[in-house]
Design a protein around this ligand. Structure first.
Ligand code: SF4
Length: 269
């Protein structure tokens, strides 16, 4: 029986993305937030993205997780970790509403708990649910290829250099772009999301955009949401305006979008 560690389960609306293929922006999802993030654990030499808004997911084996009791109620009960794939199915069934679009696996990094994720998405697919994966990193590409057949949608967080997610940024984005390619080739509707800050550089973004163009994967440029006390600053409008035009050199217009974190703007989960 496959078991894993999760942080929280709740029903809300996808707050990131744009009007591009692969995005579920604005659609009702049940969010399964996995624990543990290899980037935060220093796999690439740094301690996570400097603007990370899910630091509570960094711990890989929390004792408890929070599970919403009714869709959108924002009332939670505590459940002991680890949980089984069957437990997740029951939580999802309990939170299923008529307007539910898909189940979002997020984190932390869902791909960090390989066998648990694989079994859970298999079970949810068997029960008729659509699966959306939000991911930033794996170097197990065979595994990604294997689970891709059960992934309907995916958002790969391709890190801008200013996230400081890796000492070797070029190597990290090479891996993330390969993830995009594997998912696309497997038939998953995938897009790349790049979070931009005021310090982001045209030349760095152009590398990401050119690579997305080569593999035909849409790109969403997302304004950073600075966390309390952080020195990270939002990008300016002129940067965003410039970046979308850079992307336009490599991708058709319907594969380029901008995003703000809608759930933060309207203060929902
Ligand atoms: S990859 Fe995601 S969870 Fe991990 S440190 Fe970066 S933003 Fe946070």
């Amino acid at each position: 029986m496959s078991q894993g560690y999760i942080q929280e389960v709740f029903s809300s609306f996808q707050g990131e993305g744009a009007a591009i293929e692969g995005s579920c922006y604005g659609l009702r999802q049940i969010f399964i937030r996995f624990s543990g993030c290899p980037l935060a654990l220093g796999v690439h030499g740094t301690k996570g993205c400097i603007w990370c808004d899910s630091p509570k997911s960094w711990g890989s084996t929390p004792k408890k997780c929070l599970v919403e009791t009714k869709p959108g109620s924002q009332i939670f009960k505590e459940i002991e970790n680890p949980v089984t794939s069957n437990d997740i199915l029951n939580m999802v069934k309990n939170l299923t509403s008529k307007d539910l679009h898909s189940i979002s696996f997020t984190g932390g990094e869902p791909l960090f708990q390989e066998s648990f994720l694989e079994k859970t998405i298999e079970l949810l697919k068997l029960n008729g649910y659509n699966i959306y994966l939000e991911t930033a990193f794996t170097d197990n590409f065979e595994y990604l290829e294997k689970i891709a057949e059960n992934l309907d949608y995916a958002c790969v967080d391709v890190k801008d250099r200013t996230a400081e997610a890796a000492l070797n940024w070029e190597k990290l984005i090479e891996q993330e772009l390969l993830m995009c390619k594997i998912l696309k080739n497997s038939g998953t509707k995938v897009f790349a999301k790049t979070v931009i800050t005021k310090s982001s550089k045209d030349e760095d973004f152009e590398i990401i955009a050119r690579n997305c163009g080569e593999i035909g994967v849409p790109i969403v440029i997302q304004f950073v949401s600075p966390t309390a006390g952080s020195k990270v600053e939002k990008p300016t409008w002129s940067q965003i305006n410039n970046f979308t035009q850079i992307a336009g050199k490599y991708l058709p217009a319907d594969k380029i979008g901008i995003s703000i974190q809608m759930h933060k703007a309207v203060e929902i989960l």
